[in-house]
Design a protein around this ligand. Structure first.
Ligand code: SF4
Length: 368
């Protein structure tokens, strides 16, 4: 809040659709990519004028798989973003990539235009698990890509891992985490595999023998312990980083700071209002956005801040909302602090690493 804004640009193309994914993305097609990128550029110019009074300090190109649109298109998007919006010095500029298409990216060129952070979708370092996820890359693709990124002088690499894949074990999880560390990951995001409605995985679910909730919890706790021992700090429920490598862009979402999302299905929170582009290409080409009510409300602030290990500072809450932190939330916090799930201090409150596992229950009870 009152911090510089983040700019998010969504690329809705992927090499192929992964069977578990429900993000808005589609298999890529050269003509459509060009048309889409040209429209993105026009939108950036338009929103740049609309928000000419705002300062930005992060740009995140996510998807989908932005690396499938190739170096020149990525260059064009970053260049246009920097020209259209007022960026403060030293912005964080991230591009999400998958290891197959990233192999063909010219990282020197991206570094030249300002890209300084790459987020790689590794998911697992075990062949059987990658196969079960329908991922197209192997470990060599990751190693090759990382070496190209490092050669270009980009040090800030984040890697995504997935928890709860069928056939996953503590040993295979450890192998995946070590693989990311050995390949220089400064930041690791770990997401639980969820069976989303209307995905091929939902139909396959009965045959997949996915780990049950207790096993998933064991994986999560193991990962917390292992990464902490190796010097990574868990700063958010699903995110770990070495000191100074937290995602500045993603922190904006959990801090209720402003962000502008451009591209099909992208969400925004600007001037206290939420709005988004619908999940269809035509609406994007027609510049259609949908209002989504007020953002940065007290409830939203509590819900999002408790995802962070720093939690909520009571004084900051009072400064923002002009009232004391609610008594009923404190009562719930006291109850869970007795079980070691909440860390309740005189001036702040946060969930403990164990509490993160039950965050949905605890936060829902606080907001009842
Ligand atoms: S690469 Fe990522 S966004 Fe694309 S289909 Fe797979 S999981 Fe979804």
């Amino acid at each position: 809040m009152n911090e510089p804004c983040g700019l998010y640009v969504h690329i809705p193309f992927c090499q192929a659709k992964c069977p578990y994914c429900d993000f808005y993305s589609k298999a890529c097609n050269r003509d459509e990519i060009e048309h889409y990128v040209n429209h993105l550029v026009r939108q950036m110019e338009m929103y740049g004028n609309l928000y000419s009074d705002k300062k930005f300090d992060t740009l995140y190109i996510g998807g989908g798989t932005p690396s499938v649109i190739g170096t020149d298109n990525l260059f064009k998007i970053v260049e246009r973003a920097i020209k259209s919006f007022t960026f403060l010095p030293f912005p964080e500029i991230t591009v999400e990539m998958n290891p197959c298409s990233a192999k063909y990216i010219d990282f020197d060129k991206l570094k030249f235009v300002g890209v300084n952070r790459i987020s790689l979708g590794v998911q697992s370092a075990n062949e059987n698990e990658l196969h079960l996820l329908g991922r197209l890359h192997n470990n060599n693709d990751v190693t090759e890509t990382v070496s190209k990124i490092h050669k270009a002088g980009i040090e800030n690499i984040s890697m995504d891992l997935m928890l709860g894949i069928s056939e996953q074990t503590i040993f295979s999880l450890q192998n995946s985490i070590k693989f990311c560390m050995d390949n220089g990951a400064k930041h690791i995001s770990a997401y639980l595999l969820k069976i989303e409605p209307d995905t091929p995985y939902q139909k396959l679910a009965p045959t997949l023998s996915l780990p049950d909730e207790d096993t998933q919890a064991d994986f999560y706790e193991y990962m917390q312990k292992f990464l902490t021992e190796k010097g990574y700090r868990q700063y958010e429920i699903s995110n770990f980083s070495l000191v100074g490598f937290e995602s500045r862009h993603n922190l904006k979402y959990w801090n209720c700071d402003e962000y502008l999302g451009i591209g099909v299905s992208a969400h925004s929170l600007m001037n206290g209002k939420r709005f988004y582009f619908p999940r269809d290409m035509q609406s994007f080409y027609n510049d259609k956005t949908i209002d989504d009510g007020n953002g940065s409300t007290e409830q939203e602030y509590i819900m999002l801040r408790l995802r962070l290990s720093d939690g909520i500072c009571f004084q900051e809450y009072q400064n923002l909302f002009g009232k004391k932190f609610p008594e009923r939330c404190l009562k719930t916090a006291q109850k869970y602090s007795r079980y070691g799930l909440v860390n309740l201090q005189k001036d702040r409150l946060s969930l403990t690493p164990k509490g993160f596992l039950l965050s949905n229950t605890i936060i829902a009870e606080m907001l009842e």
